[in-house]
Design a protein. Structure first.
Length: 172
């Protein structure tokens, strides 16, 4: 009898801790000066650049800037712009980075649909990578979630970058 009670108490404790871990996944970013929100899956994401009435951009770092850096940018495009052309235009700006190597593009679906652009480069002798999510909000608006950091570190937090992009949404 005593071991059954102990087993049930232990099981309930494990379930309570597990449920707490599921619900304490992180914070939700929202700000009165912007029309977008997204979830942050880990408390190590710290805001270093706040949006304002004149600039809707926000920046976060994951611990240290080299471990993971996120910039959110809004791009206005022509009504008939093809997303692959928007990505290619942005790539043209990156191709002059030292050691630049383009990666493969990926289709992406979250609250918004889009394309992921991957690339690598060298900065201060270190292998770096970029993972940019181009998310189409409407006919003329594309949001770019620009993640960058040391190549291995960014690969390690890829599940977090994907979650942030999957939860990115634009208010109506």
């Amino acid at each position: 009898m005593r071991s059954t009670t102990y087993s049930i108490a232990l099981l309930l404790s494990v379930l309570a801790i597990s449920a707490g871990a599921v619900f304490a996944q992180g914070d939700v970013f929202s700000h009165p000066d912007v029309d977008y929100t997204f979830s942050l899956p880990d408390a190590r994401w710290k805001m270093i650049g706040r949006p304002s009435a004149t600039s809707p951009n926000v920046e976060y770092i994951f611990g240290d800037r080299r471990d993971g850096h996120l910039e959110v940018r809004r791009i206005t495009v022509a009504r008939d712009a093809v997303l692959s052309d928007v990505v290619q235009d942005d790539e043209a700006k990156r191709q002059f980075l030292p050691g630049y190597v383009t990666g493969r593009d990926e289709n992406f679906t979250g609250k918004l649909r889009g394309t992921i652009f991957n690339f690598e480069y060298v900065q201060a002798g270190k292998s770096m990578s970029g993972r940019y999510y181009f998310l189409r909000a409407n006919d003329t608006t594309v949001y770019v979630l620009r993640f960058s950091g040391h190549k291995e570190n960014l690969r390690t937090i890829r599940n977090q970058t994907d979650m942030i992009a999957r939860t990115f949404s634009v208010g109506s």
